[in-house]
Design a protein around this ligand. Structure first.
Ligand SMILES: [Fe+2]
Length: 191
């Protein structure tokens, strides 16, 4: 069965002014959709891939198949890492774990922002569960924490297509805006 582009979990203008409807129109409607189309193309041409879940494909494939499968997974996870009216201080279990692993929310925020802003070229910044603790990591291109045995909790897409329409080359401004959207309920649900 073919993979489908998941609906955004909110309206295209719902993340404004931090992320515009135009960005989501392209990022979800063009970029994410293209990864789904490419993935289906690979799967339709290789019978050994039939019936594999998206997560299976991310965990077991390599090369262009991995790139497209992981980009489909990563983008869906990214949409859910944000919500309209999000941001602020973490709540629930994730707040306790952030304090335990980073010392404080502000120390975590500083570290995550530095990793997201400093990542060279295209990739992703992640908050992950690694064993009992939490960690901030970055992955290059389509890279996924799933292949490193880590549990993703939140992600920020730092490919230029995520911010160029709204912030041009100012990635740091986009990362700062992302904090106003963070979906702590999503992070808590992954624990
Ligand atoms: Fe993206």
């Amino acid at each position: 069965m073919a993979f489908t582009l998941p609906e955004l979990p909110y309206a295209k203008d719902a993340l404004s002014p931090h992320i515009s409807a135009e960005t989501l129109e392209f990022h979800h409607g063009k970029h994410h959709n293209a990864y789904v189309t490419n993935l289906n193309d690979f799967v339709s041409k290789d019978a050994s891939l039939a019936g594999k879940s998206l997560e299976d494909l991310v965990r077991t494939s390599s090369g262009p198949l991995f790139n497209n499968a992981a980009q489909v997974w990563n983008h869906t996870f990214y949409w859910h890492s944000m919500r309209p009216g999000g941001g602020g201080e973490p709540t629930g279990e994730i707040a306790r774990r952030i304090d335990a692993s980073f010392g404080s929310f502000s120390a975590f925020k500083e570290k995550f922002s530095a990793v997201a802003t400093g990542h060279f070229a295209s990739g992703w910044a992640w908050l992950v569960k690694d064993g009992e603790g939490l960690a901030v990591i970055d992955t290059h291109d389509a890279g996924s924490p799933l292949t490193q045995g880590k549990t993703p909790l939140l992600t920020c897409d730092v490919w230029e297509h995520a911010y160029y329409v709204d912030y041009r080359n100012a990635r740091a401004k986009y990362v700062e805006a992302w904090w106003n959207l963070v979906n702590w309920d999503h992070a808590n649900a992954q624990l």
